[in-house]
Design a protein around this ligand. Structure first.
Ligand SMILES: [Zn+2]
Length: 459
């Protein structure tokens, strides 16, 4: 089996249970997995040797919340998150989403995943809920195709909206599906793509988009199907919808989820900034995790999660960049730094702050736990060779090397990484993505995006 040996890395930050950091160390990869970490390692004949001098090796980042298709609706003047309420924003973006087709989803997904890879992300979770008259049920098939072309792991969340605007939601009637169509397609996707095995490159998650935009039966049936098929569950929760839920059901959203059973160790929720302390503690007892999206919260002007208390209460918090209609970029390295700075900003009022390293752990080990993966998220022999290298040999990084665990959050290493490896395969190096014609893909993506936006006049 093919081997790759990273020699003389300045540091290897493992993010393992004991938080080991190794200095001036080697890491040997064989096939998809890490074989050894130590000094003086030697590879077999034909082993590719990578000089790690001046580089830090980190576990590949795990993104726990995204909407890849939204890459074609970013940097639009007409979508001004800070000056819109959640309901106004939803109303506006769906007018754009309504026009997307499979080809747009494919190129938008390539764009977002390229951004993720170039910033050290090796596993993408996506919540795909954009089903329009032009897409049919093919978007996740196209996303799987895009992920395979780039070589990134993809956990695809099959989302849906079933409650149309005419019945009180924010979703255009043409973008709603029936629960039955959603379930049939979910089962097809599970049968076609879901691989629960070690080093799996693709999995399916059932992820009805939002409690306020679906019928209750959609969530109940998604839950039944997911539990019978052994796949995980995800949705948006506590992102400003609470008032609508209380008016409609008489219950806060977490209460409603608990009532129907949409809670447990196989469930994680995006955002959760609208929850109170009692609800956070209940989340810990129920085993539910949170995908924290600090940049999206900032852009929307929303409260920032109290990570120190969540850690004390035992809630597993992963990190997400969120879709491009609330972030405009898919840079998870940046989310580590922004996430840490926001915690620091609130530290005096909240009686302390987590470490910058806690944000890195959220983006690695915790993210893996949310996705139910024990084979990724840390650098250890026997785990998948998912990693990235940062070059800290430049003048601008002088004086930063003594604390590699906190470096990304505190110093801010948010530029492109030096190299990204997924499952033992180098997918990004020398400033280029491996295995694809990046220039041609970018040109075609830009052409499609321009044509779409001109058609709907969405600038
Ligand atoms: Zn979202």
């Amino acid at each position: 089996m093919e081997q790759i040996l990273i020699k003389h890395a300045q540091a290897i930050v493992t993010c393992d249970e004991e938080n080991h950091v190794y200095h001036n160390c080697d890491l040997l990869v064989q096939g998809p997995e890490i074989l050894q970490i130590g000094q003086g390692l030697k590879g077999a004949d034909g082993c590719r040797v990578i000089d790690g001098t001046g580089k830090i090796v980190y576990p590949g980042l795990v993104n726990t919340h995204h909407h890849l298709f939204q890459s074609f609706v970013r940097n639009l003047k007409s979508i001004d998150c800070p000056n819109m309420t959640l309901m106004e924003w939803l109303d506006k973006i769906y007018q754009v989403f309504d026009h997307l087709d499979d080809e747009a989803v494919y190129y938008a997904s390539l764009t977002a995943m390229a951004d993720l890879i170039k910033h050290g992300c090796t596993t993408a979770f996506d919540l795909q809920y954009c089903y329009t008259p032009y897409t049919g049920t093919a978007p996740i098939d196209r996303q799987m195709e895009a992920a395979a072309a780039l070589g990134i792991r993809l956990h695809a969340g099959r989302g849906t909206n079933t409650l149309p605007k005419s019945k009180g939601s924010t979703i255009p009637d043409g973008m709603c599906e029936t629960t039955e169509v959603f379930l049939q397609d979910s089962l097809r996707l599970i049968r076609t793509y879901h691989d629960p095995g070690k080093f799996s490159m693709r999995q399916i998650v059932l992820a009805p988009c939002q409690p306020i935009n679906c019928y209750e039966e959609t969530f109940v049936e998604a839950l039944k199907l997911a539990r019978s098929e052994g796949v995980r569950l995800h949705t948006h929760l506590g992102e400003g919808e609470t008032e609508v839920m209380v008016a409609r059901t008489g219950m806060r959203t977490l209460d409603w989820c608990e009532k129907i059973g949409f809670v447990g160790e196989d469930v994680w929720f995006a955002h959760c900034w609208d929850l109170n302390d009692q609800e956070f503690q209940r989340m810990a007892r129920l085993g539910c995790g949170i995908a924290h999206c600090p940049e999206a919260a900032m852009l929307g002007g929303f409260p920032i999660l109290p990570l120190k208390r969540l850690k004390e209460w035992g809630v597993t918090v992963g990190l997400g960049c969120d879709g491009s209609s609330t972030n405009d970029g898919s840079n998870l390295l940046s989310c580590i730094r922004i996430g840490y700075l926001l915690q620091a900003h609130h530290s005096k009022a909240r009686g302390g702050c987590v470490a910058a390293y806690d944000l890195l752990k959220a983006a690695t080990a915790n993210g893996a736990r949310l996705l139910g993966r024990s084979d990724i998220g840390s650098l250890e022999p026997g785990k998948a060779a998912d990693l990235f290298l940062l070059d800290i040999s430049g003048l601008e990084m002088v004086g930063t090397s003594h604390d590699p665990q906190n470096l990304i959050g505190r110093v801010g290493a948010t530029d492109h990484v030096w190299m990204t490896m997924v499952n033992g395969r180098v997918v990004y190096e020398n400033g280029r993505l491996a295995g694809v014609d990046e220039t041609a893909l970018a040109e075609q993506g830009n052409r499609l995006c321009r044509a779409l936006l001109e058609r709907i006049r969405a600038f």
